[in-house]
Design a protein around this ligand. Sequence first.
Ligand code: ADP
Ligand code: MG
Length: 323
Amino acid sequence: MALGEFELIKRYFYQSARAFGVQMGIGDDCALLQAPEGKVIAVSMDTLVGGIHFPRNADPELIAERALRVNLSDLAAMGAEPLWFTLGLTMPKVDERWMEGFARGLFTVADEYNIALVGGDTTRGPLAITIQVHGAVESDHALMRANARVGDLIYVTGNVGDAAAALAVIRQELTVGKSAFNYFMSHYYRPQPRLKEAKMLRGISQCAIDVSDGLLADLGHICEESGVGAKIDLERIPVSTALNKVAEAEQIADWALAGGDDYQLCFTVSPDKLGQVQALIDAGKLHANAIGEIVKGSGVEVLLEGEVFEPKRRGYNHFDTDA
Ligand code: ADP
Ligand code: MG
């Protein structure tokens, strides 16, 4: 970007300094970062394009919050702790009010999760936001999609389906009262990356994914990568009280199974570690529910009271539909 680019970066993005291992952050040709000893660096990137991933006139504070939170969720799903991020910002013009809101949202989340902005690029063009996050994890504690084994139990944190309900509200397909409205919107715009949960699972779970495309689709990725199948019980899939109040069972099942954007963790635990995960759950430290089991074969089978349940939608195309 031409004149004023540096001023712009200084004013809005020169904010975080106190992160681990930052020898040089914003301001030189590269950032210089020191990896924590004995750990590997986990890297993930997501791009949000205006008019495709969010309406161009959406609140910049919410766009920034969501963009960073969604990236942090990928670190959680790998079992990594956040360290640094970079930001690619493409904008049609410099709009100071937009920038102010964007920076506010960005640093609210960055401060909450202790992740430092260490660089980026700013260009003129159609509105798009790219964030790359960097985290660290001991290599033998990374939660890999390929690590599910037959006999493992499958868990999901929190509740699923709330973000899909939020989307229905945003699209005016669902009308809800004020408190439910606030509840659903906060779940959609401010998803909570499950970093604390991921940390607790260190040494207990070897395999996780974050539920971004929908539980069936994402558990399907675990199955594919691990060369296994999964059986889950519909009645054990956790949904919120709020969701139970605003929709019928069939709609709830669809949102919980195929709705995306919840950013919960779906993880597996081998039989010898079940006591440890249950102890965390019983102590109220970990909010997670066992929803089924990893089995031989391929694809995800859903059961309702022991009978095969055929979901209305399965989610994404790369999902294995052989189940
Ligand atoms: P270069 O010409 O070497 O690419 P830039 O002028 O693009 O350098 O950037 C100068 C400094 O500002 C670099 O440290 C870069 O990482 C940082 N920077 C540029 N854009 C952003 C942004 N959107 N967010 C954070 N840092 C940025
Ligand atoms: Mg540049």
